[in-house]
Design a protein around this ligand. Structure first.
Ligand SMILES: [Zn+2]
Length: 312
């Protein structure tokens, strides 16, 4: 009986061992394939992004790179040895920015502009300053009535610890680097919405011009038009990812762009860019480029013509 029982036990043991081996083999094989397909996807992505580096657009004397960071913002400006970064994505997408900076061989930043402290704009900055310490960090001074978020507080603390030179954005202040100049504009009134404090920046290089709106909305657009700021630009980065809270028809006519860029995530929850805004651009014959459709977008210039390259 004992012997019989023992041999039954032995058979059961063998069956269990085989079952475990088979299951683990299936699991390992499956995992390997999953891993392989993840690597292939990364390879394709890296190849597409790398081809941007050698594009005609990227090799112009000035190039503006609207980095694909899903639903968020991050724009790199390169002009000779000078580099400027406007916003740094959500923390979850900060690697998109870091790998892009690596690809473009950017190892210094002369100026960083944090348009406003929303997580989809400043999320990656705390880790960025640990990699590349910017020469100057510009941020908006926001009403004390608007509560600071944890992301913002952590970042301010990091900037302090890392001894990053910071300053509040000043209206109509010009920063010049070689032949490029960037002018900042900021609301002069008390606002209840953080987005309306966005630092708006106009970039000029010879006859070329670009405008970056952050998430500034119609209140600020109206204020700026009333003040008659010289915001005319050939390339407009639409405010607030193409939300209809920004880009009024009047403002788009005022800026009079030839090209417009929307930085937004594929199938984002907000429906950005909104159809109203797309209609306004269409009516005014503005060519539109979207990061959700094209991936990262480069618009380079020699100061007279524009050159385009997109990831897809
Ligand atoms: Zn935003």
């Amino acid at each position: 009986m004992n012997k019989n029982h023992g041999s039954k036990k032995g058979v059961l043991g063998i069956v269990i061992t085989i079952a475990v081996l088979v299951i683990s083999a299936i699991f390992t094989f499956g995992q390997k394939n999953l891993w392989k397909s993840a690597i292939n996807q990364t390879d394709t992505k890296t190849a597409a992004v790398s081809s941007l580096q050698s594009s005609e657009a990227a090799t112009q004397p000035l190039s503006v790179h609207y980095i694909d960071v899903d639903q968020g913002d991050s724009t790199l400006i390169c002009c000779g040895e000078y580099h400027i970064l406007i916003d740094c994505a959500k923390k979850a997408y900060e690697e998109n920015v870091f790998s892009y900076l690596d690809m473009m061989e950017v190892d210094s930043l002369d100026l960083v502009i944090a348009t406003h402290p929303d997580a989809d704009h400043i999320g990656g900055f705390a880790d960025l300053v640990g990699k590349i310490k910017p020469a100057l960090y510009v941020l908006p001074q926001i009403s004390p009535n608007i509560k600071k978020t944890q992301t913002e507080l952590t970042l301010l603390n990091t900037l302090k610890t890392m001894k990053v030179k910071t300053e509040y954005a000043v209206n109509e202040k010009v920063y010049a680097f070689g032949d490029m100049r960037i002018t900042t504009y900021i609301t002069q009134s008390e606002q209840s919405d953080k987005n309306e404090y966005s630092v708006v920046a106009k970039l000029e290089y010879k006859n070329a011009s670009y405008l970056f709106m952050g998430d500034a909305g119609k209140t600020v657009e109206n204020e700026f038009m009333k003040a008659q700021y010289p915001l005319q630009a050939d390339v407009l980065k639409a405010g607030h990812h193409g939300s209809s809270k920004s880009s009024s028809a009047k403002f788009v006519r005022f800026v009079a762009p030839r090209y417009c860029v929307f930085s937004c995530g594929l199938d984002n929850d907000y429906g950005h860019p909104h159809s109203e805004v797309l209609q306004i651009m269409k009516k005014q014959k503005v060519s539109c480029y979207r990061t959700d459709e094209r991936g990262s977008i480069i618009i380079g210039t020699d100061g007279a013509r524009y050159y385009f390259a997109t990831e897809r």
